[in-house]
Design a protein around this ligand. Structure first.
Ligand code: NAD
Length: 496
């Protein structure tokens, strides 16, 4: 059985801690490796490498830094199937979806290749007589990225291409459930010519996270995960004086108005509800049917959901297993709770006959109708293949429901009415909005992030927010010697 360790200074690092956690193939239930869980001392050793590598990388020319990024982009594009296979083996998502994940990460690498343009500052000549001002954006230093299990490659890639391009060094702490993709990416950076110590990986749990949140050498923390941990990370790392962006959980509503194309809406609800077995922070988990279309819509969704092939992601299935047995059972318990609370189980995934090993963590697509806002299937983030249908009478009721929700990651409206669409994207208190688009993930040159309990901090990921997060601005005011500017003046300079 393999041991999955850390990556330090351009090579594997075992660390001093004997603690490990099992890594499982969710499609077979077989434990395939043991991931090292770093001690605080191990984390400090890794941080030391990032500290030592920082000055030279910060001072490397933009031409040099972008050459490494372009090379990394080429290598990743050529070998993305290898990375996708690693993702599927530890996460369970189907191969096509894993390739999609890598591709979305690649887009951020491509965005970061334009860093020379993104770092350009401003220049003002003669702000006062013969006084000029210019501004620059400078790297912060070593930064930490702490990522969740559901996108072991894409979520780290929301951050590290921009962080590195801007001249920072990185310590990545991946999820202990699927740790291998991070090491593969670390090796690829080395192959791309990134100097040793600039990109490092530390595997671990709360012990590792706590050291990253409090160690003074770490200047910024980018976190993605569940809301309680995002809040914890935000509070502790900001208390330690760091810059923090902490992206949390979600409960994404898709509203279907009576004038919508119901076939399009049904396709979208199924794709967005069951893609990656619902283990996406942008998955649609609450379908809000407005008016008398509900019966028809639920029937179209159920017909489609029944055709989804659940099974081993390496065998051409549409939907893979859930990440762990415990998580699979937790989601099944939510279905039971919904049923007990009075929801109608229109499609039940609990007894699915999956195309895969008997011990895989299977749960098929599930549709719950007549869900009400007081049920736990509605209030909680389930993070599984469960679509809850909430019936409302009006647009206003749908909007009130979304805006009362503590999460605000993504939402979508299905309609053919431009006025309704405009009103929706104007009024809704959610960070990412789709109109006839169920999963409105912004492209790399925009920024990704939710509102309310879906994000703590004020910077979203990638795009210009990402560049600003990983740099700090310096404004320089200059005056070169001129005989006319001699003499004492204790006041503010006059603008003439
Ligand atoms: P998680 O919160 O359990 O773990 C995320 C990271 O935090 C992991 O690296 C984990 O090791 C670490 N961690 C876990 N418990 C900790 C603790 N007590 N103290 C310190 N660190 C701890 O999340 P997950 O289950 O891996 O991922 C799923 C969650 O992530 C969902 O809630 C999902 O919505 C969210 N997510 C959000 C976004 C977004 O963009 N908002 C994107 C992807 C996932």
């Amino acid at each position: 059985m393999q041991t999955i360790g850390h990556w330090l200074d351009g090579k594997p690092f075992t660390g001093s801690s004997a603690a490990t956690a099992p890594v499982t193939n969710p499609a077979t239930g077989v434990v395939t490796g043991q991931v090292a869980l770093a001690s605080a001392e191990d984390v400090r050793t890794v941080i030391d490498a990032a500290v030592a590598a920082f000055p030279a990388w910060r001072d490397a020319s933009l031409a040099r830094r972008t050459q490494v990024l372009f090379r990394f982009r080429e290598l990743l594009n050529e070998r993305k199937e290898e990375l996708a296979a690693l993702i599927t083996a530890e996460h369970g998502k189907v191969i096509a979806d894993a390739i999609g994940e890598v591709t979305r990460g690649l887009e951020v690498v491509e965005f970061a290749c334009g860093i020379p343009h993104l770092l350009k500052g401003g220049y003002t000549e003669n702000a006062s007589t013969k006084v000029d001002i210019f501004s620059v954006r400078q790297a912060l230093g070593p930064v930490a990225i702490i990522s969740p299990f559901n996108f072991p490659a894409m979520v780290p890639m929301w951050f590290f291409p921009v962080a590195l391009a801007a001249g920072n060094t990185v310590v990545l702490k991946p999820s202990e459930k699927d740790p291998s993709p991070s090491l593969w990416l670390a090796e690829l950076w080395q192959e791309a010519g990134l100097p040793d110590g600039v990109f490092n990986v530390v595997q671990g749990d709360k012990t590792a996270v706590d050291e990253l949140l409090t160690n003074p050498a770490i200047k910024a923390v980018s976190f993605v995960g569940s809301t309680p941990i995002a809040k914890y990370v935000y509070e502790h790392a900001t208390a330690a004086g760091k810059r923090v962006q902490a992206l949390g959980g979600a409960k994404n509503h898709m509203v279907v108005l009576p004038d919508a194309d119901l076939d399009l809406a049904a396709d979208a609800a199924v794709n967005a509800g069951f893609g990656s077995a619902g283990e996406r922070c942008m998955a649609i988990s609450a379908l809000v049917a407005v008016g008398d279309i509900a019966d028809d819509l639920v029937s179209r969704i159920t017909q489609r959901a029944k055709t989804i092939r659940t099974g081993d992601g390496t065998r051409g299935a549409d939907m893979g297993p859930l990440v762990t047995r415990a998580h699979r059972d937790k989601v099944a318990d939510y279905i039971q709770a919904g049923e007990s609370a009075g929801a109608t189980v229109v499609l039940d995934g609990r007894a699915i006959d999956a195309d895969g090993a008997a011990d895989g963590f299977w749960l098929g697509p599930t549709v719950l109708d007549h869900v009400t806002p007081d049920m736990t299937v509605y209030t909680d983030e389930i993070f599984g293949p469960v679509l809850s249908v909430v019936r409302v009478d009006s647009y206003d009721e749908a909007m009130a429901l979304i805006n009362a929700n503590p999460y605000g990651n993504g939402t979508a409206l299905f309609t053919n009415d431009g006025g309704a669409a405009r009103r929706f994207h104007n009024e809704v208190e959610v960070g990412m909005v789709g109109i006839n688009v169920p999963i409105p993930v912004p492209m790399a040159y925009y920024s990704f992030g939710g509102w309310k309990n879906s994000l703590f901090g004020d910077s979203h990921a990638h795009g210009t927010d990402g560049v600003h997060f990983f740099t700090r601005t310096k404004a320089v005011t200059t005056r070169w010697l001129d005989p006319s500017h001699g003499g004492l003046n204790l006041g503010f300079p006059q603008n003439h």
